[in-house]
Design a protein around this ligand. Structure first.
Ligand code: SAM
Ligand code: SF4
Length: 400
């Protein structure tokens, strides 16, 4: 979401201003923040301190994103920015831009793969998560507006569009649409993109029949990010996730039945209060059984305002670290095995970038592929690639 808002601001400001990543020479400095985990908060504060020290006296600092919303007063007091708050809607970003430049005109920025938010906020209130407090309740973007923006991006040269939201499966509920999620993907898939994907799903809200319907979308990027969080039913309940490990398994099985090569990734958290050794082992067992293609793994950290903010940790930092390292070790082995199974296979890659004759892009299920010996002209094209190697992040291939 933050990548999108930063890009949107950029597209508005670039008509009159030029960009620098050196805060010492900037007139306007934008810092787009996250507050999902504690560690990130500390990094942002130290960056804000650095910016205040080196910036020009008359430079204006804008702090936007989740942390700017949740910790507004503290940021104002400590860093005295020109503006602080969430600012995640296009209209709000347009207001910022028109307070800086006279005639705001949105520039077309060519991005082979681009994001488009379709739903803002979250209604779920998982007991560990700050997002509903930072980003408010769910609000879907009207379908016609999604299509209009998708066409703008298509005409700017975008070849792959990823529809985003904290919980894209809820798309349209507030607009009175029962199956808005599948409707929006189908409509966007007709705009002309090579590929259309979506991110992030909530396992609780993903209807199994939608997966059958997706089969009829020829340009679907079959990349399913399904955050598990824990493999223990006890912990899932404490987290207020609204599904069980059995339901989650059923969802994965359905995805694999319809899309055998789908890339299934997940988020997992360790050390949630109440997570005992046997709960953690339930997570390990499920991870081994499901064999995710990739996983983003974190240590639980307390977030202000959440239901669990005042619940004491029951897992020491050292134990959290041990569990995290063990989980990463298990998952890395699985990822490597699954990625290496592509060696010798031919895949179709949409080339996103080329540097020093090395291309980077995604195959049609979302796995990142590094391609040897290709040229700038291939950016934005679909090319056939034979895979000869893999690590836990990428496949490596040569054009056939
Ligand atoms: N909406 C998505 C979902 O329902 O899973 C995830 C959104 S959250 C911004 C991204 C990931 O950050 C989560 O899946 C979770 O694993 C992690 N996360 C959220 N709150 C956390 C916390 N308090 N401590 C550690 N990790 C956290
Ligand atoms: Fe946070 Fe996702 Fe739960 Fe919403 S559904 S509260 S964003 S983890």
């Amino acid at each position: 979401m933050n990548v999108y808002t930063s890009d949107y601001l950029r597209s508005l400001l670039l008509s009159s201003l030029s960009e620098t990543d050196n805060p010492k020479e900037a007139d306007f400095i934008f810092i787009n923040t996250c507050d999902v985990r504690e560690k990130v908060r500390h990094k942002i504060y130290s960056f804000l301190g650095y910016v205040n020290k080196v910036k020009r006296k008359d430079a204006k600092v804008y702090v936007i994103g989740c942390l700017a919303q949740v910790d507004k007063e503290n940021i104002e007091k400590r860093f005295n920015p020109y503006l602080v708050g969430l600012y995640d809607r296009e209209e709000e970003l347009e207001d910022i831009a028109s307070s800086i430049i006279k005639h705001v005109k949105r520039e077309k920025i060519k991005r082979v793969s681009a994001y488009l938010p379709i739903i803002y906020g979250c209604n779920h209130f998982c007991s560990y998560c700050i997002v509903p407090y930072a980003r408010g309740r769910e609000e879907s973007k009207p379908l016609e507006r999604v299509i209009k923006e998708a066409k703008f991006l298509f005409n700017s040269g975008t070849k792959e569009l990823i529809l985003i939201g904290q919980n894209v499966n809820d798309y349209g509920k507030d607009l009175g649409l029962e199956d808005g999620f599948i409707e929006v993907i189908k409509r966007v898939s007709e705009v002309g993109f090579f590929r259309v994907g979506f991110l992030t799903s909530h396992p609780k809200n993903f209807k199994l029949n939608w997966i059958d319907e997706m089969k009829s979308i020829p340009n679907l990027l079959s990349m399913f990010h399904l955050p598990l969080q824990s493999g223990s039913n006890k912990v899932l309940k404490l987290m207020r996730r609204g599904y069980t490990r059995e339901k989650f398994r059923e969802l994965v099985e359905k995805v694999r039945e319809v899309f055998p090569n789908a890339m299934i990734s997940t988020d997992i958290m360790v050390g949630f209060p109440g997570e005992e050794e046997r709960d953690f082992m339930d997570t390990i067992d499920l991870v081994k059984e499901i064999e995710f293609d990739r996983a983003f793994m974190f240590m639980y950290s307390k977030r202000p305002k959440t239901l669990y903010y005042n619940i004491p940790d029951t897992v020491s930092h050292e134990e959290k670290l041990n569990r995290l390292n063990f989980l990463i070790e298990v998952q890395d082995r699985i990822t490597l095995k699954r990625y290496r199974s592509f060696i010798g296979r031919e895949v179709e890659v949409l080339v996103e970038n080329v540097k020093d004759k090395k291309g980077i892009g995604k195959e049609k299920n979302g796995r990142v592929v590094v391609i040897d010996d290709i040229s700038e002209e291939d950016v934005g094209r679909l090319i056939k690639v034979k895979i000869y190697d893999a690590n836990i992040r990428e496949l490596f291939g040569k054009r056939t």
